[in-house]
Every structure is written in structure tokens, then in C-alpha cells.
Ligand binder design. Structure first.
Ligand code: ATP
Ligand code: MG
Length: 289
């Protein structure tokens, strides 16, 4: 089972957009049984596939809806409130992924308050526990039997949640806008990747697919920053030969009422679809080859 995560501690660089593209490419185009995981308390990835609800206990945050398999009269469900998020891994509860409108894509959604609680953990012995939970969950026989690919969307942070993802992933991609602040995020992520690589067993490496330029515009600024990365001897080998341009349709398909819902529903001649397909095919080839 391949576990791919999009990471960058800077916000708004395209982690969620890329997670969505990748999850839809693998499940819809390649028909690979895929599990999407939303590890960001903002729950943007979850909101793409589920009608997330406002959490009455923490009204600024979202929680998953009642699971379609939940039945109040089922004696097996007596200890279940009917909602399930990936954050149950921190509370010793089972995670019950939700089906999505795509046949081969399930989703383990986020839960704002519970993920924030895990992110806020600081005591070293508890942090250690948090770090291992996602890897343990993905190593379970049930998950490995059900899915061949897992796509994880992450929070814009370098905290316990992102570290857990680094420990659980087989592959990471660092999306970045070619601007000063987001590029700083690349260095932070490379550092985390190296730390994790050193700590890993040799037979379980964490592979860095590379840095994916996103929202790329043919402006002086973007071209100069990309060139700078491509000419930096320590970085150049990680800059991917594919990129996503700034295209309104990538933002439009985020909307709740978007129709079509997936970029892969557009016609073959649509430039944004072609670009998304090129990027996803490249990443898929690197992961599965
Ligand atoms: N290539 C693109 N072209 C146009 N708009 C884009 C593109 N990629 C992402 N966007 C838009 O930019 C915004 C930020 O993208 P996204 O939410 O994917 O970033 P993020 O890294 O997940 O942010 P956060 O760190 O807050 O989770 C969104 O509104 C998204 O629709
Ligand atoms: Mg996001």
C-alpha cells in the first residue's frame, strides 16, 4: 500500500488541491482503491466529499456527518455516536471511512477539535504516542486489505500532526507557490524529511517525490524563484519537471456546487485537465514504478 502526503507548513500553497487531484486521479482514472485522509483541522479536504457539520461543542470547527452505515437500533453501535474521523486514532476508537461519490474513493475525514487537541500536545511522552498513531492505523490489516493507495492532506504546520504524517507516509510531495514565503516552507519540509529519513528503518524509506510548483504564472517573480531553485545544487534534484499553473478552474472545482465536481470530468482538450493529468500521472509513475 502506497501512502502519499502533500506537505508544506506554509498555508495556501495547494496541499488540499493536490490531495484532491491525486485522490481523484488514482480512484477515478486509475481505478485504484484509495483512502483519502484529512489530517488538517481546517477539514477542507473532507468538505470536498462530505457535508461536514458545525461542531456545537466548538462552533468555529467542523465535524463529520452521521455515517451512512450508522443505525441507532444496531446493538453493535451502542457505544458509537455515529460520526467517525481520522482523529479517532488518538482516542483508541476505530476509524470507519465514509464512501464518497467516487466508487473507488473512501474518506477518513477530519474533526477540527479532536485534531487540534492532538496538534496541541507538547509533553514528550504524549507527543511520541501521537507521532506513531497514524502509522499504526495504516499498518492495520483491515486498511491494507481494503486500499492500495492512501492520499493524505496535511495542515500548514510542522507540529505533531505533520510529524505523524511523515512517519506514516511512503512518499511525500511538497507543493509550493514560487514566492518567497512558501519557498521558505520547502526548506522546513526538507529538514523534516531528512530527520525522518535518518530515523527510518532502511527497508521502509520515506521517498521525496519532489517540489511541485503550483499556481505558476509566467511572471518575472515566479520564473526567477523557480530558476533559483533549479540552480541551487542542494535543491535542484528535487524540483519536479511538471507543475500546475494558476488556473481559475482549479479554484472553481473547490466550490460545493461545482459541476462537474472533478477536473477529470472535463473534456480531454481542457488545458487544466491535461495539466492535472500530467502531474498526477508523473507522481503515480514515480510511486508505483
Ligand atoms: N493551480 C491553482 N490555480 C488556481 N487556484 C488554485 C490552484 N491551486 C490552488 N488554488 C486555490 O488556492 C487556494 C489555496 O489552495 P489550497 O487550499 O489547496 O492550499 P493549502 O495548501 O491546502 O492551504 P492550507 O494550508 O490553508 O490548507 C484555494 O482556494 C484553491 O482553490
Ligand atoms: Mg489545505
Amino acid at each position: 500500500m502506497k501512502v502519499i502526503a502533500f506537505v508544506n507548513n506554509k498555508g495556501g500553497v495547494g496541499k488540499t488541491t493536490c490531495s484532491k487531484l491525486m485522490a481523484e486521479y488514482l480512484s477515478k482514472v486509475k481505478k485504484i482503491p484509495t483512502l483519502g485522509i484529512d489530517f488538517d483541522p481546517q477539514c477542507n479536504f473532507s468538505h470536498q466529499y462530505l457535508k461536514m457539520e458545525i461542531d456545537p461543542a466548538a462552533p468555529e470547527g467542523l465535524m463529520p456527518p452521521i455515517h451512512p452505515d450508522y443505525a441507532t437500533d444496531d446493538p453493535d453501535h451502542i457505544d458509537w455516536d455515529g460520526r467517525s474521523s481520522i482523529s479517532e486514532i488518538f482516542y483508541g476508537q476505530g476509524v470507519v471511512p465514509y464512501p464518497t461519490y467516487l466508487q473507488h474513493l473512501d474518506l477518513a475525514p477530519g474533526h477540527a477539535e479532536k485534531l487540534l487537541a492532538a496538534e496541541a500536545v507538547r509533553k514528550s511522552e504524549v507527543v511520541d504516542k501521537v507521532h506513531k498513531q497514524l502509522a499504526n492505523f495504516l499498518n492495520s490489516e483491515d486498511v491494507k486489505a481494503a486500499y492500495d493507495a492512501v492520499v493524505i492532506d496535511t495542515a500548514p504546520s510542522k507540529g505533531p500532526l505533520t510529524v505523524s504524517v511523515m512517519k506514516a507516509a511512503t512518499h511525500i510531495v511538497i507543493p509550493s507557490v514560487m514566492e518567497e514565503q512558501p519557498v521558505q516552507g520547502i526548506y522546513g519540509m526538507l529538514q523534516l524529511w531528512m530527520q525522518e529519513s535518518l530515523a527510518r528503518e532502511k527497508d521502509r524509506p520515506l521517498k521525496l517525490i519532489g517540489i511541485l510548483p503550483n499556481m505558476f504564472k509566467q511572471t518575472r517573480l515566479h520564473k526567477d524563484i523557480l530558476k533559483c531553485l533549479q540552480e541551487n545544487p542542494a535543491i535542484s534534484k528535487y524540483v519536479l519537471p511538471v507543475s500546475l499553473s494558476q488556473r481559475i478552474v482549479f479554484a472553481e472545482i473547490d466550490a460545493e456546487e461545482a459541476n462537474p465536481r472533478s477536473i477529470f470530468d472535463y473534456s480531454v482538450s481542457h488545458v487544466a485537465k491535461q495539466e492535472a493529468e500530467e502531474v498526477c500521472a508523473y507522481i503515480t509513475e514515480r510511486i508505483f514504478s
